[in-house]
Write a protein that binds this ligand. Sequence first.
Ligand code: F6P
Length: 321
Amino acid sequence: MAIKKIAVLTTGGDAPGMNAAIRAVVRYALSNKLEVMGVVRGWWGLINEELRLLDHRSVSGIISQGGTILKTGRCPEFKTEEAQQRAFDTVKKFNIDALVVIGGNGSFAAANSFCTKYKIPCVGIPASIDNDINGIDFTIGTDTAVNTALDAIDKIRDTSTSMERIFVVEVMGRDSGFIALMVALAGGCEDVIIPERKTDIVEICHDIVEGNLRGKLSWIIVVAEGAGKAVDICKEITEITGLETRPLVVGHIQRGGSPTAVSRDLALNLGKAAVDVLLKGETNKAVGFSCGKNITVDFDAAVQKKELKVDKMYNLIKILT
Ligand code: F6P
């Protein structure tokens, strides 16, 4: 069946560059004579029939904006039969031939099961600050989030060095240590604690005390939120070393802000690639880049745990400290 009308939605945690992806999907689809509907609040919009027609001008001026003009949200209810049936009824009612889902790992898992069950052609555009889509190099928003976290670390470094203090900086990543590893390396941090690697706090304390004896009094330890809370780690370090340790939670500012050129360009390229996938009659795939080349990855593979080069990055961080 030829595709005439598509619907685009953003789901899960927002990521800087989602708007650029929406812009590319809308304008490229329109240039291919497709109609485009925007679904509001992710899966909720399909469940509750909240959609609007998107034209060329409806995506003007959003390329530099963080967040998503379509809004987004977590939707655990979408796992239920009843919610999926209502979403499917909306798809039928609005004569939608295919879906473009912009989101991360959880969004693609939901899209995979929903679209397979109801035989709806579907393509995924990977957008998540966690860089958690398997098989591709980067998700939209990762570069922006890493640079936001790095900016915080650079600023903490100034006060940490000047006042000779230890800081524990908590960055985002419930299941992934990607942001933590990237900023720990780029920020010249002394240590990093991530979910993918077992950490011995006593060993870190040993390094701190040894450093102290050599006259090194300022430390920045990065922790991914999935590996522990900055405030708890600070307490532990103080209890063991007797040294004052301060926590910083960078938090949700990592999800906002104007996307970097890297995040925008990725979003614009992948927006076009997603529409091409649907026009070719393919489905249940994520678009992405791998080693500089446009690729597609089946949803089944895309949602598998992405391997990080943990040892390589961790060793480099420690060697260069
Ligand atoms: O979008 C990914 C992410 O930012 C994770 O790094 C983080 O653990 C999670 O979302 C937080 O989600 P929420 O804002 O829904 O609490």
